[in-house]
Ligand binder design. Structure first.
Ligand SMILES: [Zn+2]
Length: 229
């Protein structure tokens, strides 16, 4: 399968600068701390351009980025490939339609996984319209090969997945889409935590959820929407 057929990216100065800018925004918005998180894009030649291990996403330079192949082997760049590259590669394998993957450690969303609060619950119409719901993958040690396997079934069905006790994985046709999805996920988590501190939030009725799905389809919502079973 030529899964790179749809990619919009080549290894240019512009996309390298955009990855650094997305890193700065993630760092500034507290979606990552210290050297946490990673960002990658699929290149037209089937390789991947992404952030190196052990570098703060808030202080990256375009020359810090690394190109690797579909097995996670480094092709160029001076740093080390992130141990979480296999999570990115699993997402690209499952989703030939996406060209960007963002992994972050959004604190409110991770707190929800610690407390057993599911972001797949249909509470916020905007979230249902944009993502359907956000499921949580089973716990796996961060950076392990197992970590890449636990997301496969879920990322196939939706554009945003939470990693139990760890973080988030969001995907998009473009890097901007993947960034917006993690921002939306963390914003929703913050709102839902405040709601739980005030009382027990009530889920939307089924007919309203169905309306939101239809509305999304009518307005050409892109990506995949997770439907709670
Ligand atoms: Zn992580």
């Amino acid at each position: 399968m030529n899964s790179s057929a749809t990619s919009v990216y080549e290894d240019t100065a512009e996309i390298r600068e955009e990855i650094c800018e997305v890193g700065r925004r993630m760092y500034a918005r507290n979606l990552v701390a210290a050297t946490d998180g990673n960002i990658s894009v699929r290149l037209r030649d089937g390789k991947f351009l992404g952030t190196p291990s052990a570098v703060s996403k808030g202080f990256m330079a375009p020359g810090d980025l690394i190109v690797c192949d579909a097995d996670g082997n480094k092709v160029s760049g001076s740093g080390k490939v992130t141990s979480e590259i296999f999570t990115h590669l699993a997402a690209y394998e499952e989703r030939p339609d996406v060209n960007a993957v963002v992994h972050a450690h959004p604190p409110n969303a991770v707190a929800c996984t610690l407390a057993g609060v599911s972001l797949a619950e249909p509470l916020l119409p905007e979230l249902i319209g944009a993502l359907g719901g956000i499921p949580t993958a089973d716990y796996a040690m961060p950076g392990s090969r197992e970590g890449s396997e636990v997301i496969r079934d879920l990322i196939r069905e939706c554009d945003a997945v939470l990693l139990d006790r760890h973080g988030s994985v969001t995907v998009g046709l473009t890097l901007r889409d993947a960034l917006h999805r993690v921002e939306k996920l963390e914003h929703a988590a913050e709102t839902i935590i405040v709601a739980y501190s005030l009382g027990k939030p009530v889920r939307l009725p089924e007919e309203e959820i169905e309306k939101l799905y239809r509305f999304g389809a009518d307005y050409g919502a892109t990506g995949k929407h997770y439907r709670r079973k």
